[in-house]
Design a protein around this ligand. Structure first.
Ligand code: SAH
Length: 367
């Protein structure tokens, strides 16, 4: 948590490598000092300057006076029966967002938020019911990864067999509507002198902000996931209202043009399975026709319910039949195992206002 004193100091988390050099040059420090500080912060996970024992003590004191190494406060930490962990983070202005860690046997994905709330209002997504509050800063985006590493004890960054092996920009918000901060954050995370995350282990998911897709290819080259969810504009307009602005045809053209979309860089199409809405064999066949020619895999997501929602999840048989049609057409179509449903951490369940909602409902029921 940041103290009032800290607020006056410059927070180093979220500064690009160049900006860090500039900030330290105010103290007449040469670039190799910036390199050391960067290493301490992003490789070792230092949370204070006192820990930076390769720097002389007087220098450490100078740094403490001028700079901070921010971490958001943890308002709530939850662990699901299946090991999924969710942190509700408190930012310095009191706004909150959620981060979810999904460990598997020998790897794990951290699901990072890009905004507090979301503007897209997808009709099946809980985050969409929350008012959009603001974009997260680059520091707040990077900070989610730092907190997860702190909490899982996975510093230093080069540790082998670490569980936090992948990052998915699939938390709250639309990353491509907070483009500059997301790019800056991911560049920090992929910087080889620090955290050193490989681009191949980062997936950015978008509901389809078409003009930004080429930019992602050019600026980041991370893996791309597209929240498709429907095969006709008529249905997609309802599920993902952004479709009215950027319809399916335009979206898929942008996917076809995504640089390096070879086998190694297949695009993931996410498809939420909603009973009676988008889950028929005809829908599956149309999906195959639509993505023809795009190196892709189709991730089928069983719908995760939330309080007050009217959609239902397709049956297991329907999902299996849907997957089979896509498989037979030559695309992998794994069914995403719902994780952390019991703590409202599964896809589409994130909503930092969820506590309030539940509380107010409880009060309502008592009346
Ligand atoms: N705005 C971006 C990032 C969010 S990613 C995007 O839309 O891609 C979150 C993923 O979970 C998206 O594919 C989203 O459509 C999906 N999702 C949302 N609500 C869901 C729900 N209730 N059940 C299953 N998946 C859901």
């Amino acid at each position: 948590m940041q103290s009032a004193e800290n607020l006056a100091r410059i927070d180093l988390i979220g500064l690009s490598r160049e900006e860090l050099s500039q900030a330290l040059s105010a103290l007449d420090l040469p670039d190799f000092r910036a390199k050391q500080v960067w290493h301490w912060i992003y490789h070792r996970g230092a949370i204070s300057f006192e820990e930076m024992t390769t720097l002389a003590k007087p220098l450490r004191r100078d740094l403490v006076e001028r700079f901070s190494i921010g971490r958001a406060g943890i308002a709530q930490a939850q662990i699901s029966d299946d090991g999924t962990r969710k942190w509700l983070l408190d930012f310095s202005d009191g706004k909150q967002a959620e981060t979810v860690f999904i460990p598997e046997r020998d790897r794990g994905a951290l699901c990072i938020s890009s905004q507090v709330g979301c503007t897209l209002s997808c009709s099946f997504c809980h985050t969409g019911t929350q008012r959009m509050v603001r974009n997260l800063t680059a520091g707040e985006i990077v900070g989610q990864m730092m907190t997860a590493r702190d909490e899982t004890g996975e510093w230093p960054a080069a540790q082998e067999n670490r569980l936090l092996s992948n990052i998915v920009m699939m938390g709250m918000g639309e990353p491509l509507y907070n483009y500059d901060n997301v790019v800056k954050a991911l560049r920090i995370i992929t910087n080889e002198d620090g955290v050193g995350f490989s681009k191949r282990r980062i997936t950015l998911s978008t509901a389809g902000v078409v003009p930004r897709i080429a930019d992602v290819g050019r600026d980041l080259g991370v893996r791309l996931a597209i929240s498709l969810h429907a095969v006709s504009d008529e249905i997609r307009d309802i599920l993902v209202p952004l479709n009215k602005k950027y319809p399916i045809g335009e979206l898929l053209d942008a996917c076809r043009a995504y640089p390096g979309s070879r086998n190694s860089r297949r695009i993931t199409f996410e498809y939420v399975m909603l009973k009676g809405i988008n889950d028929s064999p005809a829908d599956a066949r149309q999906l195959v026709r639509l993505i023809k020619g795009i190196p892709a895999k189709v991730n089928l997501i069983p719908f995760n319910a939330w309080p007050g929602v009217e959609y239902e999840c397709s049956t297991d048989e329907t999902i299996a039949a849907f997957a089979e049609i896509i498989n037979r057409a030559g695309y992998t179509s794994p069914v995403r195992q719902p994780r952390g449903r019991d703590i409202m951490a599964a896809c589409g369940q994130l909503n930092s206002a969820s506590e309030q909602t539940r509380k107010s409902r409880r009060i309502h029921q008592k009346e």
